[in-house]
Design a protein around this ligand. Structure first.
Ligand SMILES: Cc1cc2nc3c(=O)[nH]c(=O)nc-3n(C[C@H](O)[C@H](O)[C@H](O)COP(=O)(O)OP(=O)(O)OC[C@H]3O[C@@H](n4cnc5c(N)ncnc54)[C@H](O)[C@@H]3O)c2cc1C
Length: 253
């Protein structure tokens, strides 16, 4: 049942749902629920909140598309009952993967990524993480303030909001930066998970940087429209990421 609604921007709304049956939802940050509107019509909504709150989950929607999902979301109000299936999906953070995570979100695609970043923060994970968050104008960067605060508290979190300018160029710059720093090194070197042979850096053993370092590409998590996912994948694959190193969640297109 809906317990609260808020507008984050004129066309971006949040709704808190209290789960009743079952009374608590077991899910991983980044998963989504499926809401039925008819025998053949369903819409997916990512869970914006984290598993820390299993009994009240938050959804966040861009209602500009104006179809059945948007109309339903606009009408949500406290007391309205909601039926859904879930949790669903595999767009979740792999904590066993030591690579530097590079998150890329196009506008409302931020929802599952916000859940993953908050989940990491709530669990006290302080590893190096980068977020590229694109929107057409500042009003559409609805979680900007949260991420600025997170970056202030956790220097290991690199936050790159992009307004208007090219998302692909920002993804390329972020990936290059990860590759150029020790953050791109993976524990276990050549044998580590996701290792892609790259130029050896650091010179001979014994130099100031210590043992030889090997360049490892980041692990990317991309969410948004199809065109953005395709552009981000192209840029990342040109930098050595293989298909399995780019998880993506296509919202539309
Ligand atoms: C796994 C998954 C998770 C999703 N999570 C969310 C979420 O957390 N929040 C959310 O708002 N949406 C999310 N979506 C999209 C959502 O399911 C609906 O497609 C969206 O709300 C539009 O539904 P609609 O019925 O209003 O419009 P539709 O009739 O489905 O769409 C109308 C047109 O708008 C396009 N479109 C849909 N969404 C957008 C958009 N954001 N920007 C531009 N064009 C768009 C469609 O491709 C279509 O051409 C998710 C989709 C998937 C597959």
């Amino acid at each position: 049942m809906v317990v609260a609604t808020r507008a984050l921007a004129p066309a971006i709304l949040e709704a808190d749902l209290r789960t009743e049956d079952p009374p608590a939802l077991t899910f991983a940050a980044g998963q989504w629920i499926s809401v039925p509107f008819g025998p053949k019509t369903v819409r997916a909504y990512s869970i914006a909140s984290t598993p820390r709150s299993p009994s009240v989950i938050t959804l966040s929607a861009d209602v500009t598309p104006g179809g059945p999902g948007s109309r339903w979301f606009r009408e949500l109000a406290p007391g309205i009952a909601v039926t859904f299936k879930g949790p669903l999906g595999g767009f979740v953070f792999d904590r066993a993967d030591a690579r530097h995570p590079l998150f890329v979100a196009e506008e409302i695609g931020i929802v599952p990524i916000r859940a993953m970043l908050r989940d990491l923060d709530e669990r006290g994970v302080a590893r190096a993480t980068t977020l590229v968050y694109w929107a057409r104008d500042p009003g559409w960067l609805v979680y900007d303030e949260d991420f600025r605060r997170l970056a202030g508290r956790r220097p290991s979190f690199s936050y790159r909001p992009i307004v208007g300018a090219s998302l692909a160029a920002a993804v390329a710059a972020a990936a290059d930066e990860i590759l150029a720093t020790r953050g791109g090194e993976i524990p276990g070197g050549r044998g580590g998970p996701g290792f892609t042979p790259g130029p050896e850096r650091g010179g001979a053993w014994g130099d100031r940087l210590g043992p030889p370092m090997y360049v490892a590409p980041p692990m990317a998590y991309v969410a948004g429209g199809a065109a953005t996912i395709a552009a981000a994948r192209e840029v990342l694959m040109a930098r050595g990421l293989d298909r399995k190193s780019i998880k993506w969640e296509k919202f539309y297109g």
